[in-house]
Design a protein around this ligand. Structure first.
Ligand code: URA
Length: 230
């Protein structure tokens, strides 16, 4: 939110007072004087007027987790363990999942309280590739790659999937890179060939790769460099 709006939303200041506070350089955001009304204020920003704290700002948090099969990508489920149950962190209600995986899919999940960051990661327009290791029931045909590259029509959504890249590893396994995250997308793509996906594992989301040191169910905080990649 813009700084002038943030201040104007506080019941104690009218628009004229907000302008004055900024001109008089009495407002600080994250310790620096902020006089530009357009200065961006986020929920993570500390905002001060003279020596008074107007907003504490909460720390942004970012985690990568190795989701095991058999857990739900949700913050709450009445029946099954959820991804959030695997985190030993305070204020978990503040966190959300940046993209979901099916109950039996394993692999990289990103969890944060930073909505702008997770939107950049998941919105289709950014076209960040999500890379999956796929194991199938039937042999994978040589024709799959060109069909996936052209895109498949999904009647339910009335859309054609974005070009996807398939690299065949052996008769029953392949690596698939897709830039969207439609409902059950990978399973439906293989379903086009009546080929059932028997195991699915997400290795990567854009530049963020699942840390091989994380066993299923384990997680760690992202480094500053990893956060900055998105
Ligand atoms: N596509 C699927 O079908 N399932 C997932 O969990 C992720 C992508």
């Amino acid at each position: 939110m813009r700084l002038d709006r943030f201040l104007g939303n506080l019941p104690r200041f009218n628009r004229k007072q907000v302008r004055l506070l900024l001109i008089e350089r009495r407002i600080r955001v994250d310790g620096q004087v902020a006089s530009d009304p357009l200065h961006e204020v986020r929920e993570f920003s500390r905002v001060e007027l003279d020596d008074e704290v107007l907003q504490m700002g909460r720390p942004p948090r970012y985690f990568m987790l190795h989701k095991p099969p058999g857990c739900v990508s949700a913050t709450f489920d009445p029946q099954h363990p959820t991804v959030l149950d695997l985190l030993d962190e305070p204020d978990k209600h503040d966190l959300h999942l940046a993209g979901r995986l099916d109950f039996n899919t394993s692999g990289l999940m990103l969890i944060t309280n930073d909505g702008q960051w997770s939107r950049r990661l998941t919105q289709p327009s950014t076209k960040l590739p999500k890379v999956y290791l796929v194991h199938t029931e039937q042999p994978i045909g040589a024709d799959y790659a060109s069909v996936f590259a052209r895109g498949l029509y999904f009647a339910f959504e009335d859309l054609t999937t974005q070009p996807a890249q398939l690299d065949i590893i052996d008769s029953h396994s392949a690596r698939l890179s897709i830039v969207e995250g439609r409902y059950h997308q990978v399973k439906r793509m293989f379903g086009h060939f009546q080929n059932k996906v028997v195991a699915l594992h997400r290795e990567r989301m854009g530049p963020l790769v699942l840390d091989p040191a994380l066993a299923p169910g384990q997680y760690r905080a992202l480094s500053g460099a990893e956060i900055a990649l998105i």
